[in-house]
Write a protein that binds this ligand. Structure first.
Ligand SMILES: Nc1nc2c(ncn2[C@@H]2O[C@H](COP(=O)(O)OP(=O)(O)OP(=O)(O)O)[C@@H](O)[C@H]2O)c(=O)[nH]1
Ligand SMILES: [Mg+2]
Length: 1102
C-alpha cells in the first residue's frame, strides 16, 4: 500500500463525519465479493481487469477453491474525501455468525440481490439482522447482465421484473417495520394505561392498533431508485445502469433539470422527446437506459462512434475480441463504472458514525432484561460519548471486539519487509561500503593476529546469523487479532484498558472502585473485570495489515495482543462505568458435532492446544470435552465443519487428526398411548399372544422395596434412608407447548435469573418489555394448556429443565405445598416483599429433575416435551424436627393471607382426586418414625438421586419415543433436474412441503424438510446429481417425534403374523437409538448369533 494513501487514511480517520462503516450482505453467491472487488479496484489495490475475477477479499485457499466466502474481512477504501471501512461477509448459512460479527461494527449495509434469483431465504435473514442492529441498508441489484444474456428479457420486461424484486424486498422491510411500530405502540399504550390506573380513572379503553402505522413516516425505509438508494449493476462486468449519467445526458439533450429527471427515471413516467417533457403514463423512462441487447456490440461502426463520443479508451485486444460481451463489458465498465455509482450512493445515503441513533446506543448498552434508565448515572452519561463519537483526549475510550481472527505471525506488518525509501537505500549503501572497507582493513590486520581471535569472531558471526532463525521459528505461529470498532475516544498503542466480561455489572464495579481509577492502577478484584494493554493497532486492508499508532473514534480496526484476555468477543473501555455490550445474536444454531482425536495418541496435547485456538478464532464453533473424555467440535453445518477441520489440521494443531462421523443429536420424549397397533387395529380388541418378549415388563415387574410403579404410571420412590418419599408421573406435553418452550428458551433463562435474584433477596429493575414478554408467555401457555388434565398447571410450574430453561416442565402437584411459582417476578411490588415459602430441600427436587431431563433412559440424550408432575413429597428432617412445623406454620399463614393460593390448593386437590390418586402415607405418621442420624448433606444428595430415578422410572412407564432434529431446505432447480432432486430427497426420508415456480424464470423452488441424521452429504449429492444446477442450504428447523416405537415387539396375533417373531423389519428409531448407545458405550441389547445352526461349507453343496 502506498505511503500517500496510508497517510490520507490516517488523516481521514480523524473526521468521523466523512467515515462510512458498512458491510455487504446477501444470500450466498449473489455477488458480494465480486462487488467488493470492483470497489477495491477503484482504489487501485487490484487492477481493473482482474476485478470480479480475483475475489480479493476471499483470501483463504479453500474460499477460492469452493468459490464461497467463509469469513468476514474488512478493507479501508478512499472515495473522494470519504473513508470507507468496508466489510465483506459470507452468505452461506453455515457462516451466518460471521455476518453477525460484521453487522455489529457497521452503521450501514449494502444488500446485494441477484436480479434473476430475487429475494432468497438468506436475503430475508440479513435484512432482519440489519434491522435488529439498527443499521441502514442500501440495495444493489446485481447480475443485471443475466437478465439480458440468460433470460433474454426486453427492456420493458426487465423493468417489470426489477419492479417485482423491489416489491419483494420492500415487503420484507415493511413487515419488520410494522411489527416494530406495533410493539412500540403497545408499549406506549401500556405505560399510558398504567399511568391512568394510578390516577384511578376508570372507563373502557379502545385501542386503535393501526393508528401508529399511519402516523409514522416510513417512506425513507423503502428501496426505490427515485430515493437514490438502489443501484442496478453487473459486478462481474463492472458496470451499473448509470442513472445519474443518463439523467445528465438527457438533461443536456432535453433541457430538463437532471434532478427532476433522476426522480422520474423510475416509475410510470415517460419522456416525450418531441415535446421535451416528462409525461405520466404507463410507459417509463427507465427502459431507455437498460443496456440494450448486446447485438449492437456487433455493429463495429456504431461501436466506434460510441467509443469516441463517450471518450472511452478501448484496448486493442478488447476491440478485436470475437465475443461481443467482452467489448460490451469493456465499454460499459469504463463509461458507467459500478464503483462510482455504489460508492457515491454509500456516501450519500448511509449514516456516518456521528449519526448513531440514541435508540441503538441504549440497545447496545442495556444487557439482558435491565432497563436503560435503571443503570447507574455514570453509565447513562456514557450515552453522550457514543452520540458525540468524540476523539477528544479526555473522552472515555469504548471499543467493542466482535471476533478474534488468526493471522500468520509472519504476515504482521512488524515482521514484514517493507519496501525501502530512497534515503534508507542510500543509508544502507553507505553502511555496506563502510563494512567492506572495514573488512579490508581487518583482513590486513588478521594476518598479524593469532588464530584464537579469528575463531572468536567466527563464533560471533555465527551467533549473529542464528538470531533471525529463531524468529523464523516463531513465524510459523498464529497470532490473534481482534476485529473491533472504536465507539468513543482515541485508542493508543500501549494503552491499558478494562476488559468487561458479559456478566460485568457497572453498579457493582463503581461501588468497589475508587473514583477516577484507571486500568493501569492496582485495583481490587472486581468480578468479570480484567485489564489488558493494546499491544498493537492495525488498519485492516483485506489480506494485509498496516500498523497504526492510534485510532480515533468511529473507525474499524484490528488490535493485537488480546488473545490472553478476550476469548471471542468483548467490550473494552477506560471507564469502569461502561456496561458490556449486548451479546451478538447468532442466527444459526451449532448442531453438527464430531469427536476428534489425533492420529498418534502422543500428540494429544497439540490437539488440545489447537482446539483451544480454533475455539477462539471462530465466532460460532464450540469445543467441548464430554464426560466420556471425547474432544468434541460443534459446528453450524457440513461446510463449516470442513473448514474447522482444515484449520485445525493446517494451522492450529498442525497434526494429523481423525474425526468421527458426525454425532447426531436426538431428544427423548413420551407420547400418549397409541390407539392403534402396528397393523392399524384398535388396541385392546385383539387377543394378546403369550408374551414372548419381556423387555418392557421388566421395569414394572422388578419392584424393589423402595420403588413402586402403579398401573397408571405413578412412580413412588423412597430414599435409601427411608426419610423421604417422592411420587412422580410423566405426562407428554402438547406439541405446541413444547415448541413454545423451545422458542422461548432465552426468555425462560431471563425469567430464571430474575427468580434467582428474587430468591437471594435482590430486586432488579426489569424492563417493561421483558415483563410483557413473560406475561405473554404465561398467557400463551395458559391458552395452550387447556382441559381437565391441565387445570391450573401454569400456576404450578416448579421449574423448567434441563439447565433450568429447557423444554420440560416440573409440576408441583403436592398436596398442601404452596411454593412460589416461577411467575413470581410478575407479581407487583408489595406482595413479592414477603419471604417465599419454600420447603427444605426444594432445591434437591429441582436438581433431580434437571439431571433426569439432561439425559434420558433411552440413550442418555436430553428429554423434550415431558411434564413431570410431583404428586407426593414427604420428608422428615430428622436433625431439626421442629423445622417442619415452622414450614407448616409458614404455609398456613400464607394461606391465611388469602390470595389465589387457597383456590390453587382446592383445585390441585380435586384434580388429584379426579385422577384417582390416593395420597401416600401422611406426613404426621412419617414424622413419628423419624430416624435421628441423618445430617443435611446426605439427605439432599439422596433426594436428588431419588428424584432423578423417580423421573426416569416415570418416563419409562409411558410409551417412549425418540425425536429427530430436522433441517429445512430450499432448493432452486430447473425443470429438467426436478425429478432427480425428488429422488435424492425421497431416499433420505425428506418431505417436500411445497413447490412453486419462480415467476419469470424456468426455476422451481422446492421447500422440504429432512432429518439431520440423513443429511450428511446431501448437498453434495444433490449437486452431483443435478450437475451443479441445484445447491441446497440446510437450516435447522425443529425437532420431530419419530413415530415408530424403539421398544416395540409384536404382542398381538395380527402383529405376530405380520412381522414375525423377531420383528426384524427396519425399526428406524431402534437403529438410531442403538447407534447412539453404541457410541456412548452403553449396553446394546441385540442378538449376536441370528441363526444358531451348525456351520457348513457352502461351496461343497453347490
Ligand atoms: N453473470 C454475472 N455473474 C456474476 C455477477 N457478479 C458475480 N457473479 C458470479 O456469481 C458467482 C458468485 O460471486 P461471489 O462474488 O463469490 O458471490 P458472494 O455473494 O460473495 O458469495 P458468498 O460469499 O459465498 O456468499 C461468481 O461465480 C461470480 O462470477 C454479475 O454481475 N453477473
Ligand atoms: Mg463472497
Amino acid at each position: 500500500m502506498g505511503h500517500t494513501s496510508l497517510e490520507k487514511i490516517i488523516a481521514l480517520q480523524r473526521n468521523p463525519a466523512n467515515i462510512r462503516n458498512l458491510c455487504i450482505l446477501a444470500h450466498v453467491d449473489h455477488g458480494k465479493t465480486t462487488l467488493a472487488d470492483c470497489l477495491v479496484a477503484s482504489n487501485g489495490i487490484i487492477s481493473n481487469r482482474l476485478a470480479g475475477k480475483l475475489r480479493y477479499l476471499d483470501s483463504r485457499e479453500d474460499e477460492q477453491i469452493r468459490g464461497i466466502t467463509m469469513k468476514s474481512s474488512a478493507i479501508s477504501l478512499l472515495y473522494k474525501e470519504y473513508l470507507l471501512n468496508l466489510i465483506d461477509s459470507p452468505g452461506h448459512v453455515d457462516f451466518s455468525s460471521e455476518v453477525s460479527t460484521a453487522v455489529r461494527l457497521c452503521d450501514g449495509a449494502i444488500v446485494v440481490i441477484d436480479a434473476v434469483e430475487g429475494v432468497c431465504p438468506q436475503t430475508q435473514v440479513v435484512l432482519r439482522q440489519a434491522w435488529l442492529e439498527n443499521i441502514r441498508p442500501v440495495l444493489v441489484v446485481n447480475k443485471m447482465d443475466r437478465l439480458i444474456t440468460e433470460l433474454k428479457l426486453t427492456s420493458q420486461e426487465a423493468y417489470i421484473h426489477l419492479q417485482k424484486i423491489l416489491e419483494q424486498v420492500n415487503a420484507v422491510t415493511g413487515t419488520l417495520f410494522t411489527s416494530k411500530v406495533l410493539e412500540e405502540r403497545a408499549e406506549k399504550e401500556k405505560e399510558e394505561k398504567e399511568e391512568k390506573e394510578s390516577e384511578a380513572s376508570g372507563g373502557d379503553q379502545v385501542y386503535d392498533w393501526s393508528a401508529g402505522l399511519e402516523e409514522t413516516d416510513d417512506s425513507h425505509l423503502y428501496f426505490s431508485p427515485d430515493q437514490g438508494n438502489v443501484v442496478f449493476a453487473s459486478a462481474i462486468d463492472g458496470w451499473d445502469s448509470g442513472m445519474a449519467q443518463f439523467a445528465h445526458i438527457y438533461s443536456q439533450r432535453m433541457g430538463i433539470r437532471a434532478e427532476v429527471l433522476l426522480k422520474t427515471l423510475w416509475g410510470d413516467f415517460y419522456l416525450n422527446a418531441k415535446a421535451k417533457k416528462i409525461m405520466k403514463g404507463a410507459q417509463n423512462t427507465f427502459v431507455l437506459i437498460i443496456p440494450p441487447q448486446n447485438s449492437w456490440a456487433e455493429d463495429k461502426e456504431k461501436v466506434e462512434k460510441m467509443v469516441t463520443s463517450l471518450g472511452v479508451k478501448l484496448m486493442a485486444r478488447d476491440s478485436r475480441h470475437s465475443d461481443p460481451k467482452v467489448l460490451l463489458s469493456a465499454i460499459c465498465s469504463q463509461w458507467l463504472p459500478v464503483s462510482q455509482a455504489v460508492l457515491s450512493m454509500v456516501c450519500e445515503k448511509l449514516p456516518s458514525p456521528l449519526d448513531m441513533a440514541a435508540e441503538r446506543v441504549e440497545k447496545l448498552m442495556s444487557v439482558g432484561a435491565r432497563r436503560f434508565d435503571s443503570l447507574p448515572k455514570e453509565t447513562q452519561e456514557l450515552k453522550q460519548a457514543f452520540l458525540q463519537c468524540s476523539s477528544e483526549e479526555n473522552a472515555p475510550v469504548i471499543v467493542f471486539v466482535s471476533k478474534m481472527f488468526a493471522v500468520d505471525t509472519k504476515a504482521l506488518p512488524q515482521n514484514k519487509q517493507r519496501p525501502l525509501t530512497q534515503e534508507e537505500i542510500a543509508q544502507r549503501r553507505e553502511l555496506a561500503r563502510q563494512r567492506h572497507a572495514d573488512r579490508l582493513a581487518a583482513n590486513q590486520q588478521a594476518e598479524n593476529q593469532d588464530a584464537l581471535s579469528l575463531c572468536l569472531s567466527a563464533q560471533m558471526e555465527s551467533l549473529a546469523v542464528k538470531e533471525p532463525k529463531l524468529e523464523e521459528d516463531e513465524g510459523t505461529k498464529e497470532t490473534f487479532v481482534a476485529f473491533a470498532r472504536v465507539y468513543s475516544g482515541v485508542v493508543k498503542r500501549g494503552q491499558r484498558m478494562f476488559v468487561l466480561g458479559p456478566k460485568f455489572d457497572p453498579t457493582q464495579a463503581l461501588s468497589m472502585l475508587s473514583e477516577g481509577c484507571s486500568a493501569s492502577d492496582a485495583l481490587p478484584a472486581v468480578p468479570h473485570l480484567s485489564c489488558c494493554s493494546m499491544e498493537s493497532l492495525y488498519l485492516l486492508m483485506g489480506r494485509e495489515l498496516e500498523g497504526l499508532e492510534e485510532v480515533p473514534s468511529g473507525n474499524i480496526l484490528g488490535i493485537g495482543g488480546l488473545e490472553e484476555c478476550v476469548l471471542k468477543s468483548a467490550t473494552l473501555s477506560t471507564s469502569p462505568a461502561c456496561p458490556p455490550f449486548t451479546p451478538l445474536n447468532f442466527e444459526a444454531a451449532a448442531i453438527v458435532r464430531v469427536a476428534i482425536e489425533p492420529k498418534h495418541p502422543s500428540e494429544m496435547p497439540k490437539l488440545v492446544h489447537g482446539m483451544r485456538l480454533l475455539n477462539q478464532a471462530d465466532p460460532c464453533a464450540e469445543v467441548l470435552i464430554q464426560e466420556t473424555g471425547e474432544h468434541v467440535l460443534v459446528t453450524a453445518g457440513e461446510v463449516h465443519l470442513q473448514r474447522c477441520l482444515d484449520d485445525l489440521r493446517d494451522r492450529f494443531a498442525k497434526i494429523e487428526i481423525s474425526a468421527s462421523k458426525p454425532i447426531i443429536p436426538f431428544r427423548e420424549t413420551v407420547v400418549r398411548p397409541p390407539k392403534v397397533d402396528m397393523v392399524n387395529e384398535e388396541v385392546g380388541k385383539q387377543q394378546k399372544v403369550a408374551i414372548i418378549h419381556q423387555v418392557k415388563e421388566v421395569s414394572q415387574g422388578r419392584l424393589s422395596d423402595t420403588l413402586h410403579v402403579d398401573s397408571s404410571g405413578l412412580v413412588t420412590l423412597t430414599t435409601p434412608n427411608r426419610l423421604a418419599t417422592v411420587a412422580v408421573r410423566a405426562i407428554p406435553l402438547p406439541q405446541d407447548v413444547t415448541r413454545l418452550l423451545e422458542d422461548s428458551s432465552e426468555l425462560i433463562r431471563t425469567l430464571e435469573q430474575l427468580n434467582m435474584s428474587l430468591r437471594e433477596g435482590r430486586r432488579i429493575d426489569v424492563s417493561p418489555r421483558t415483563l410483557e414478554a413473560i406475561t405473554e408467555l404465561k398467557s400463551q401457555l395458559e391458552s395452550l394448556l387447556q382441559g381437565r388434565k391441565w387445570r391450573n398447571t401454569v400456576e404450578r410450574i416448579w421449574a423448567f429443565g434441563p439447565r433450568r430453561y429447557g423444554p420440560n416442565i416440573l409440576l408441583n402437584s403436592v398436596e398442601g405445598y404452596h411454593r412460589p411459582s416461577v411467575w413470581q417476578c410478575l407479581v407487583k411490588g408489595e406482595r413479592s416483599g414477603e419471604a417465599p415459602v419454600v420447603r427444605d430441600f426444594d432445591n434437591s427436587i429441582v436438581s433431580g429433575f434437571q439431571l433426569a431431563t439432561l439425559s434420558g433412559p433411552m440413550c442418555e440424550e436430553p428429554l423434550m416435551g415431558v411434564c413431570f408432575s410431583v404428586e407426593q413429597w414427604d420428608i422428615q428432617s430428622s436433625s431439626e424436627p421442629q423445622h417442619q412445623d415452622s414450614v407448616e406454620e409458614d404455609s398456613a399463614s400464607h394461606e391465611a393471607s388469602g390470595d389465589g393460593t387457597s383456590t390453587a390448593e382446592g383445585t390441585s386437590e380435586t384434580s388429584a382426586q379426579a385422577e384417582g390418586i390416593t395420597a401416600g402415607p401422611s406426613q404426621a405418621k412419617r414424622r413419628t418414625e423419624a430416624g435421628s442420624v441423618d445430617c443435611y448433606g446426605p439427605v439432599s444428595g439422596q433426594l436428588i438421586a431419588a428424584m432423578k430415578d423417580a423421573c426416569r422410572h416415570a418416563f419409562q412407564a409411558q410409551p417412549q419415543r425418540l425425536m429427530a432434529a430436522m433441517y429445512t431446505c430450499e432448493i432452486m432447480a430447473t425443470a429438467e433436474v426436478l425429478g432427480r432432486v425428488y429422488g435424492v430427497l425421497g431416499k433420505r426420508e425428506g418431505r417436500v412441503l411445497h413447490e412453486e415456480m419462480k415467476e419469470g424464470t424456468d426455476m422451481f423452488i422446492i421447500k422440504a424438510i429432512l432429518p439431520v441424521a440423513e443429511s450428511f452429504g446431501f448437498a453434495d449429492e444433490i449437486r452431483k446429481r443435478t450437475s451443479g444446477l441445484a445447491s441446497p442450504q440446510l437450516v435447522f428447523s425443529h425437532w420431530e417425534v419419530i413415530s415408530s416405537d424403539p421398544y416395540w415387539v409384536p404382542t398381538t396375533e395380527e402383529e405376530y403374523l405380520h412381522f414375525g417373531e423377531k420383528a426384524d423389519s427396519a425399526n428406524q428409531a431402534l437403529k438410531y437409538m442403538n447407534a447412539v448407545r453404541r457410541r456412548k458405550g452403553l449396553y446394546v441389547e441385540e442378538k449376536i448369533v441370528e441363526h444358531a445352526e451348525k456351520q457348513r461349507t457352502l461351496s461343497k453343496n453347490k
